[in-house]
Design a protein around this ligand. Structure first.
Ligand SMILES: Cc1cc2nc3c(=O)[nH]c(=O)nc-3n(C[C@H](O)[C@H](O)[C@H](O)COP(=O)(O)OP(=O)(O)OC[C@H]3O[C@@H](n4cnc5c(N)ncnc54)[C@H](O)[C@@H]3O)c2cc1C
Length: 481
């Protein structure tokens, strides 16, 4: 359900596995959240039309964060065919066109303008009530996005517009603007208002994190760091670590009361506009009443490693909601499931999982010869887009099958692999430590006992060296070989 990238990817993948399904979307056309946002009309996920690998190859996906994933090569890397070359960040309309073109060319059928309104159980079926009548299904997948405005409980915040209601930039000309929130959406607005606003204050209790420091998608992306530089060079922007105590609406302006952790009294800002860039939640309707537990401040559904509700089996989620299935968070780094580059892989894995578990469609599991095993693992570590986009979250899994020999069991959530153990198997991931070194890790499971084998890093991120080969052989001997 949902015609954003999450819903389209899952629908496409299910149809190629031969699973009958229907997609409904409240929107009037494909594109989901990208029909409106980002507010300043340019994405924060890049696509490099020119990269070390040919467009349309699997290896190329590492350089293209925005195209959805088809099987047919002619539908791959669609984003590159739509961008106008002015930036490696596509514009919002280009992204919308990318998604609509994918839906059109791959034949993903969506019933548009159809809003899911309520949910109930009828025997072994789920019934989705919608504005177009009732739909019955065995397995519902809710890919309804995380773009419903969310505000923390601050007195007076209900009187100020959310990011979602920001006015055209020029209407802030010569005004004092107070932005609540120091994550990407707050910094995006501040960046776009630099040439308009008379003064910009960005405030929230915790210090701003920058992606170039966290070495992950946690933190403000480099292209929105300009207001931060303006702040540190004392150019007029104020980036403040303080809690917002209350907001008072006055005649034509606002008083924002803030307090720093160590201060005895409030610091009050008189401003013309306040914008709550305080985040988003998911419109999951009545699912909590049916027992779907939620987590975190923005109350996303709690999920298993296979993106199934932790509390209501058989209810699945898709798209950016997957960010609430955090995986192991090794070295404190979460998944990249908040962006298309991450959740498009989860979507493909989820479709394969649903097809096998609920519709008895067995996924392909090719045999790998003993002679090829080591080079297969190291080539995956060097080039597999799933491993690069979802570090320490998704793993390529190889198992020993008594009848068939060494078998490629596909890409799976690492947490699932480690939780289930069992068969003799090897999983390979890419991981990153606090020093920013990226290196492959092998997880071997032998007679139920799991061990972890970090491999050396490589300055060029090419792990096909004799040093790596020796380390792989030492780790997999007795498990697969
Ligand atoms: C401000 C902002 C900027 C972002 N920028 C980027 C970016 O540059 N790059 C990136 O990769 N990610 C970005 N993201 C994350 C982005 O939202 C996701 O990567 C992507 O859009 C999520 O796809 P989705 O399919 O999960 O959700 P969405 O694209 O939000 O799609 C959800 C779909 O569900 C439908 N729906 C919702 N409720 C109902 C209902 N009751 N009945 C029927 N249909 C319903 C909607 O109509 C919509 O079609 C951004 C997020 C925000 C909030």
């Amino acid at each position: 359900m949902g015609s954003g990238p999450g819903g389209l990817q899952i629908s496409y993948s299910l149809s190629r596995l031969g699973v009958r399904h229907a997609v409904i979307s409240a929107d009037e056309s494909a594109g989901g959240m990208f029909r409106r946002w980002p507010f300043f009309q340019r994405l924060l996920s890049w696509t490099k039309p020119y990269a070390p690998f040919e467009r349309g190859t699997r290896e190329y996906e590492r350089y293209d964060w925005n195209s959805l994933l088809p099987i047919e090569r002619e539908h791959a890397a669609l984003m590159t065919t739509i961008m106008d070359g002015s930036s490696y960040y596509p514009s919002r309309p280009e992204m919308e066109r990318n998604l609509a073109t994918f839906a059109e060319r791959t034949g993903v059928a969506v019933r548009f303008g159809c809003r899911w309104t309520a949910t109930r159980r009828d025997g072994d079926r789920w019934v989705l009530e919608t504005t177009d009548g009732e739909f019955r299904c065995q397995v519902p997948v809710f890919a309804v996005g995380v773009s419903q405005p969310w505000r923390p409980q601050i007195p007076g915040i209900e009187d100020v517009p959310h990011y979602a209601d920001t006015r055209p930039a020029e209407t802030y000309a010569g005004r004092r603007v107070f932005i609540i929130g120091k994550e990407n959406s707050g910094f995006e607005l501040a960046t776009g208002l630099l040439q308009w606003a008379k003064q910009i204050v960005l405030a929230s209790p915790s210090p701003a994190k920058l992606s170039i420091n966290t070495r992950s998608l946690v933190g403000v992306r480099a292209r929105y760091v300009q207001p931060y530089e303006d702040h540190v060079l004392a150019g007029g922007v104020i980036v403040l670590d303080a809690s917002i105590e209350r907001i008072e609406r006055r005649e034509g302006h606002f008083h924002v009361h803030t307090r720093k952790a160590d201060a005895a009294s409030d610091l009050v800002f008189e401003v013309d506009d306040v914008i709550a860039a305080t985040g988003f939640t998911s419109p999951i309707q009545d699912l909590p009443n049916l027992g779907v537990a939620t987590v975190g401040r923005n109350k996303l559904p709690a999920q298993t490693p296979f993106w199934e509700s932790s509390t209501v089996p058989g209810v699945y989620f898709g798209g950016t909601i997957h960010q609430a299935s955090p995986g192991l968070r090794k070295h404190g780094i979460p998944s990249n499931s908040g962006g298309v580059n991450g959740h498009r892989y989860n979507g493909r894995i989820l479709a394969r999982h649903i097809a096998a578990k609920h519709f008895e469609v067995s996924p392909e599991r090719p045999v790998i010869s003993r002679a090829e095993l080591v080079s297969f693992l190291l080539t995956e570590a060097t080039n597999a887009p799933e491993l690069w986009h979802q570090k320490a979250y998704l793993a390529r899994v190889i198992v020993r099958d008594d009848k068939r020999g060494i078998v490629d069991d596909g890409v799976q959530p690492l947490q699932h692999v480690l939780d289930t153990g069992g068969a003799n198997s090897v999983a390979i991931t890419l991981e990153e430590n606090a020093a920013g070194e990226i290196y492959p890790v092998l997880y071997t499971c032998r007679d139920g006992a799991t061990s972890e084998h970090p491999l050396p890093t490589n300055a060029l991120h090419d792990f096909r060296t004799s040093e790596h080969e020796k380390a792989v052989i030492a780790a997999v001997e007795g498990v697969l070989l």
